[in-house]
Design a protein around this ligand. Structure first.
Ligand SMILES: CC1=C(CCC(=O)O)c2cc3nc(cc4[nH]c(cc5[nH]c(cc1n2)c(C)c5CCC(=O)O)c(CCC(=O)O)c4C)C(CCC(=O)O)=C3C
Ligand SMILES: [Fe+2]
Length: 363
């Protein structure tokens, strides 16, 4: 097979690997974001509750293993590298390593399914920042002969495999609750974002709110696959000062409302994330689970898609479709070298780029 692309960068958020890394990691995440210090300290405690280790890196490496096997099955002979926005291995370092290994045409798979600033644009910014770092480390990368292309793969929130894997996760969650006379309320959750950032994403003609509209459409698709008419869309893990509006309702407030309505059994599916990382295991398995328990509700948190074979195959399918250089460049979220997406996906930026690069050299 002729390959226009020679490698894959699996690009994610990053997470600490021990107690000493928690604060430096959080400082990278929140640099220039105006997140109150108290919020940082309480989030640090969530990480410290798990020994300062976020499961996110291991979960990403598991998906990468799956992807490697899937690519081998397809006969797509591309190495898969791993890099992050906020912690080691930093995307900047991984890109330099890839460059030194001779890779010049790189497909980037982001671990966010979504559009909008946090879901899409920030990954373009990571690519841009990594290229800037490469220019100073490897000046040849700025010459025509040494030039690099990093092509971000499209958003996959509407891919049938994402829907099917999610529907099965919910099905398993419902089974875990066990049989009962009482019906089960299905609740979808995704990471909250500032309402202003949500409003600013997506074509103005369509009313902005790209991220929340995508999340709701994805939830609707999973509900349809399950034949469920009644479900709720809620949000989680908000940060930022309380006076600034973020997408609501929050999952815990919503559980209170459901209990007041007499709902006794809930399955919560974190459709906003692709692995059971800290935002899932803390905010849902601890906080929301405790809230449900206090309210006397039966509560099950459904699995994220993670290493579900259909989801891994979806990633492999994207790589295979784009490897020859023929993939659809107009697909939402797709773009080269950190240049913003077509279709006015996450333009205009809800916020300026970060004022400075994160501490890529910190250990
Ligand atoms: C839309 C979205 C996704 C989904 C898309 C995607 O997956 O990319 C996501 C994922 C994640 N968010 C994560 C962790 C954090 N997010 C924070 C802060 C923020 N997230 C935001 C949005 C999102 N976040 C926003 C608008 C902020 C405010 C500050 C800012 O504008 O940047 C903070 C700061 C502290 C706090 O929570 O206040 C942390 C620690 C982890 C890693 C978990 C682990 O370590 O296992 C993951 C995968
Ligand atoms: Fe985008």
């Amino acid at each position: 097979m002729e390959t226009a692309f020679d490698s894959v960068l699996f690009l994610s958020f990053g997470g600490p690997e021990g107690p000493d890394e928690v604060m430096p990691f959080l400082e990278n995440v929140t640099r220039g974001r105006g997140i109150p210090r108290e919020r940082l300290e309480s989030v640090a405690e969530h990480y410290l509750h798990f020994g300062g280790v976020s499961p996110i890196n291991r979960l990403n490496l598991d998906m990468i293993d799956g992807l490697r096997a899937d690519l081998a099955r397809r006969g797509v002979d591309l190495p898969v590298y791993f890099g992050n926005r906020n912690w080691h291995p930093m995307a900047e370092d991984t890109l330099a390593e890839m460059y030194r290994a001779g890779h010049r045409r790189i497909l980037v798979f982001p671990t966010s399914a979504w559009g909008g600033y946090s879901g899409c644009r920030q990954y373009h910014e990571d690519i841009d920042r990594s290229l800037q770092a490469l220019a100073s480390r490897e000046p040849a990368s700025t010459t025509p002969e040494g030039a690099v292309v990093l092509r971000k793969l499209p958003q996959y929130w509407s891919h049938p495999a994402f829907t099917a894997a999610g529907a099965d996760a919910v099905r398993r969650g419902i089974e875990k609750l066990g049989a009962s006379e009482d019906s089960v309320r299905l609740v979808f959750t995704a990471h909250s974002v500032p309402s202003s950032a949500d409003a600013a994403s997506g074509p103005a003609a369509e009313g902005g709110n790209l991220y929340s509209r995508q999340v709701m459409a994805a939830s609707q698709a999973v509900a349809d696959a399950l034949g469920v008419d009644d479900f709720d869309q809620v949000w989680q893990s908000r940060s930022g000062p309380p006076q600034i509006p973020w997408l609501e309702p929050d999952i815990c407030d919503h559980l209170e409302d459901l209990a007041a309505q007499g709902v006794r059994r809930v399955v919560v599916y974190p459709i906003g994330f692709i692995s059971d990382h800290l935002e899932v295991i803390w905010d849902l398995d601890n906080e929301a689970a405790e809230t449900a328990q206090r309210l006397g509700m039966d509560y099950v948190r459904a699995d994220t898609v993670g290493t579900d074979p259909r989801f891994i195959e979806m990633i492999g399918e994207y790589v295979e479709n784009y490897v020859g250089g023929l993939g659809d460049l107009t697909a939402m979220g797709c773009g080269d070298n950190g240049r913003v997406c077509r279709d006015r996906c996450c333009v205009p930026a809800a916020r300026p780029s970060r004022p400075s690069a994160p501490a890529a050299d910190a250990t």
